[in-house]
Write a protein that binds this ligand. Structure first.
Ligand SMILES: Cc1ncc(COP(=O)(O)O)c(C=O)c1O
Length: 392
């Protein structure tokens, strides 16, 4: 047989797979595994959004959308949202927005539209697991900017500058950040803007957790900074804010020449997002937003509970998080690496967590716990962890 794709073969196997497979096998065997390794809200999609989709289906909106990049009312709703929430003005929604099947595909399109072979893309570490493979698959080279845990994963212009070369094309920024729960400060935003402008870089801003910021913080969009709209591609979607992971609805906003290329990639691959979900998107963005606040407040309460519970356990250190729904505790007394830690936690306490190394070298020593999980499960997880912590 002839060889298969070298590009795809070069993508390393997911490091989270081993723990997840084992957790699933334990569940199948009847064990009570507490799943903290996922990233799916435990809330249901708000009713009015579901109803909008159902009535779209009943009303025959079951065909290709026109235009394929997004229904006019969906593009308008996204443009209004970007203006209202993100201070990103969109004069021409049809040329500055593309609706995508999920936020992840918006990131792919962004990378595909700007990357040439040999281009380097700066990936802040710890990173979301999909960033490096996405960069590789779209023909670029990921270059890691390590953000130290001891400095609360702070982004500085010096740390970015140290990795810029003549081949650097873009910086990928996830704000709020999965897995660290960090939310961009003004100083960090300014550092990114400064380096992007001095080195003529694009910024790919992944704002999928935008609505999940705690303690009254403000979410800062990079494209809203002066002079940045022309070099920033903002990816967002309904997934996390509206508990709509299974709907697959996201979008990419950027300069028309980049969106034009993203549209080509979209048209020749997935064609478009699903038409009825575009109707649901209008209901989500233009309808009542109180569900978002309810869900955010619930995550914030879970954070308060879980951070306190973890820090009360000898051998566990957990910084409070500013946004998103993941905790990223350390186990300073343990001799184990994060893969071994995740395995031991699964074996001894039946808790499935994600090993920190999955998010890059600067995630080593950490585990990621998703708090998009019912409060009762978090309480049980904290009890179990307290019991096994001395043996980790
Ligand atoms: C940081 C980050 N970006 C993007 C996504 C993709 O979201 P979607 O499900 O909309 O593709 C996720 C999903 O977990 C994520 O954690």
């Amino acid at each position: 047989m002839k060889p298969l794709s070298t590009k795809l073969s070069s993508i390393p196997a997911s490091m989270t797979l081993a723990v997840n497979d084992k957790a699933k096998a334990m569940q199948r065997a009847g064990q009570d595994v507490i799943a903290l390794a996922g990233g799916d809200p435990d809330f249901d999609t708000p009713d009015h959004i579901v109803e909008a989709a159902v009535s779209a289906l009943h009303n025959g909106h079951t065909h290709y959308p026109a235009p394929m990049i997004g229904l006019p009312q969906t593009l308008e709703a996204i443009a209004a949202k970007m203006h209202r929430d993100n201070q990103i003005p969109i004069d021409d929604p049809r040329h500055q927005i593309i609706v995508t099947p999920g936020g992840k595909w918006a990131l792919y399109l962004a990378l595909a539209a700007i990357t040439n072979p040999g281009d380097e893309i700066l990936v802040l570490e710890p990173y979301w697991v999909s960033y490096p493979p996405m960069v590789t698959l779209t023909g670029g080279t990921p270059v890691f900017v390590s953000l130290p845990s001891e400095d609360n994963f702070r982004i500085t212009a010096e740390r970015l500058r140290a990795k810029v070369t003549p081949r650097t094309k873009a910086i990928m920024v996830n704000n709020p950040c999965n897995p660290t729960g960090r939310v961009l400060t003004e100083a960090e935003r300014d550092a990114i803007v400064e380096v992007a402008q001095e080195a003529d870089l694009y910024v790919i801003a992944d704002e999928i957790y935008e609505k999940l910021v705690f303690d009254g913080r403000t979410h800062l969009s990079i494209a809203a900074a002066p002079g940045m709209a022309e070099r920033t591609l903002t990816a967002n979607g309904l997934t996390k804010s509206y508990a709509m992971t299974g709907w697959r609805l996201g979008w990419l906003v950027g300069p028309p020449d980049i969106i034009r290329l993203a549209t080509k990639q979209n048209g020749q691959s997935v064609s478009c997002a699903a038409t009825f979900t575009m109707h649901a998107c209008v209901a989500a963005l233009n309808g009542p937003q109180d569900n978002i606040v309810t869900m955010r407040d619930a995550y914030q309460q879970r954070r308060n509970f879980m951070v306190a519970a973890l820090n009360a356990i000898e051998g566990v250190e957990c910084r409070s998080i500013e946004g998103a729904f993941y905790l990223f505790p350390r186990f300073p007394h343990s001799q184990k690496n994060s893969l071994e830690l995740a395995d031991a936690l699964l074996e001894k306490a039946q808790i499935a967590a994600t090993p920190g190394i999955a998010f890059g070298q600067s995630g080593e020593g950490h585990l990621r716990f998703a708090i998009s999980t019912a409060q009762a499960d978090l309480e049980r997880a904290a009890e179990r962890l307290a019991r096994v912590a001395p043996f980790l």
